[in-house]
Design a protein around this ligand. Structure first.
Ligand code: NAP
Length: 287
């Protein structure tokens, strides 16, 4: 049951621009209701030029925590007080907690992906080899978390070589125990090395539109055990249907979306997130 807002209600929010398409208010308010916590989650549309003022306002209002979404995930860093290790390594923040009057930035996107991956496979990234298609913000968050959790090898493949190579250099500098390499997305190299990875993760936006081309040739999946797409709308991209055809375990981006939220919920409240309720809300919103 939805609680009445009182003088004691704890306020959580999301800063983004635009923010009207986000599913987070419904997901988190349902989670607060389910756990009986006196919390409410509100959307705040903040223009890029007003971000600093918005953070000052959050301090003044003693708002307990908030999510940060496009386009503020990197821009917010100078305006908060501390960064967690993974937020520092990813260079972006999606969750902020007020801790002893300091605003501490976290990034739960990578951890959200890994929780979904563990749920699907029953094991973690340790000792496994991953091919990540794409080298943007989502790829950085996922690859950093995979390396933190002991992935044996991370291959980054990107349309723009410079961006892909920069991410590989960043990973190499920070994770000496994980083998990191770059392979071009175009050409035959990916097919040639297709026996050297266990898991393929599409972190690009290719597959969101019906007329999008395949992000990779289906041959590269022939030795793969698990295929992941960070896209959740549509629920079944061409990559996921290719994975189904060869009988590979597969997941779309819904699990990552769910578990990045669960991780944030747990940081703000100290309670275990009600996964079933949160999953149900997301499923109903994306149906
Ligand atoms: P981003 O920083 O803009 O990066 C986009 C990536 O896609 C880059 O690697 C880019 O390659 C690649 N790309 C775009 N168009 C391409 C094309 N036509 N051919 C080949 N590569 C192409 O975006 P992002 O924040 O990383 O997000 C990427 C995707 O992840 C989006 O679909 C987003 O919805 C999804 N995502 C899902 C979750 C979740 O919770 N499930 C969370 C975050 C993101 P170049 O470097 O060559 O441009």
């Amino acid at each position: 049951m939805q609680r009445e807002i009182t003088g004691q209600t704890t306020i959580i929010g999301i800063l983004g621009h635009p923010v009207k398409h986000t599913f987070s208010p419904q997901m988190h308010n349902a989670a607060f209701d389910e756990t009986g916590l006196d919390y409410r989650y509100l959307p705040f549309d903040v223009d890029p030029g007003s971000l600093q003022k918005a953070v000052e306002g959050i301090r003044a209002l003693k708002i307990a925590g908030f999510n940060v979404t496009i386009p503020h995930k990197e821009a917010i860093i100078p305006f908060i007080d501390q960064l967690s290790r993974e937020a520092q390594l990813i260079g972006a923040v999606n969750t902020v907690c007020r801790e002893r009057d300091l605003l501490v930035g976290y990034n739960t996107d990578g951890a959200g992906f890994v929780r979904a991956f563990k749920e699907l496979t029953g094991y973690g990234p340790a000792g496994k080899s991953f091919l990540l298609l794409g080298a943007g913000g989502a790829s950085k968050a996922v690859s950093v978390q995979l390396a933190i959790e002991g992935a044996e090898k991370i291959i980054i493949s990107n349309r723009t070589g410079k961006r892909g190579k920069e991410l590989v250099e960043h990973l190499k500098q920070n994770f000496v125990d994980t083998e990191c390499l770059y392979v071009p997305l175009q050409g035959s190299e990916l097919t040639r090395i297709s026996n050297s990875f266990d898991v393929v993760v599409n972190t690009t936006s290719v597959g969101m539109r019906q007329d999008d081309p395949r992000i990779c040739p289906p041959e590269i999946l022939s030795n793969v055990i698990t295929v992941c797409d960070l896209i959740y709308n549509p629920a079944e991209t061409t990559l996921i249907s290719d994975a189904k055809k060869i009988g590979a375990a597969h997941m779309n981006g819904m699990g990552m979306l769910l578990y990045q939220g669960a991780e944030a919920f747990e940081k703000w409240t100290g309670n275990t997130a009600p996964i079933k309720t949160m999953r149900h809300v997301l499923a109903s919103l994306t149906r």
